[in-house]
Every structure is written in structure tokens, then in C-alpha cells.
Design a protein. Structure first.
Length: 140
């Protein structure tokens, strides 16, 4: 039987990467010049990232369970939580696929917004993100 690669199964990888990049978990406060609608969009984007970074590995894990495929993580066999069910597999595959598409879309929107604030508006949003990330990774 085929087993999935560990790097595709480990749900903590993207979250751990985000925590290493910004260990405080805090985002910089947006300047007052940023419209409320953009502030709301920024908050929803951040929540979307975290939500999708939970949905992606969970749906992938359950999808593989429903397909009857064993999974290993760092050489350890993970328990199967579901019985083989191809209809459920199809549903979970759809959820996994749409979540992946939404995650890529959010990444693209995030990059566009960062470039907009850094190159066009020059309102300090981009530099505050870089400043927080750099200072958060410094050792005392």
C-alpha cells in the first residue's frame, strides 16, 4: 500500500512556519489612513489563512482515511479515523481542492495588497509588516 509523504500530512508545518516568522502572533496595527473596509479585509484575510491552514491538512487526512490509504508521519503510522467510503472520499476531496484554491487566492490577494501599500500608497503598512517580522526574529 502506498503511504503519503510526511510533508503533505503534517498539519503543523504552515502554522509553525507562521509562528516562526511572527512568534508574537500579532499583526501590526494599521495606520488610521487605511479605510475601515480595507482593515476589515485584512482581518478577514488573516482569519482565512488560519482557517484554511487547519482545513487543508484535516480534510487531506480524512480524505486519505476515507480512501482507505494508510498515512505515516515521521515514520509513525497514523490511526485511521474513518472507514473506507468512496462517497465521503469524493466530498472530502472537493473540500480539500476548494480550500487549496482559496488558499492560493488569498496568498495572491495578500501579495497584491502588500505591493499596493508598499509601492503605490506608501502608507507605512508594508514597512510595518517587515519591521515586525525582522524584530520578532532577532535574538536579544
Amino acid at each position: 500500500m502506498r503511504t503519503a509523504k510526511w510533508w503533505r500530512c503534517w498539519p503543523g508545518a504552515p502554522l509553525a512556519t507562521g509562528f516562526i516568522w511572527n512568534p508574537s502572533g500579532c499583526t501590526p496595527k494599521l495606520p488610521d489612513s487605511v479605510p475601515k473596509l480595507q482593515q476589515l479585509a485584512a482581518k478577514l484575510t488573516q482569519l482565512g489563512f488560519y482557517g484554511l491552514l487547519i482545513v487543508m491538512p484535516l480534510s487531506g487526512y480524512l480524505m486519505q482515511n476515507a480512501a482507505g490509504r494508510p498515512l505515516e508521519l515521521f515514520g509513525l503510522s497514523l490511526p485511521s479515523l474513518l472507514n473506507t467510503d468512496l462517497a465521503l472520499y469524493g466530498l472530502l476531496r472537493e473540500i480539500h481542492g476548494w480550500a487549496a484554491l482559496l488558499l492560493v487566492l488569498l496568498i495572491v490577494v495578500h501579495i497584491i495588497a502588500a505591493l499596493y501599500h508598499g509601492l503605490i500608497k506608501r502608507d507605512g503598512v508594508f514597512s510595518s509588516m517587515v519591521k515586525v517580522s525582522v524584530t520578532a526574529n532577532r535574538k536579544p
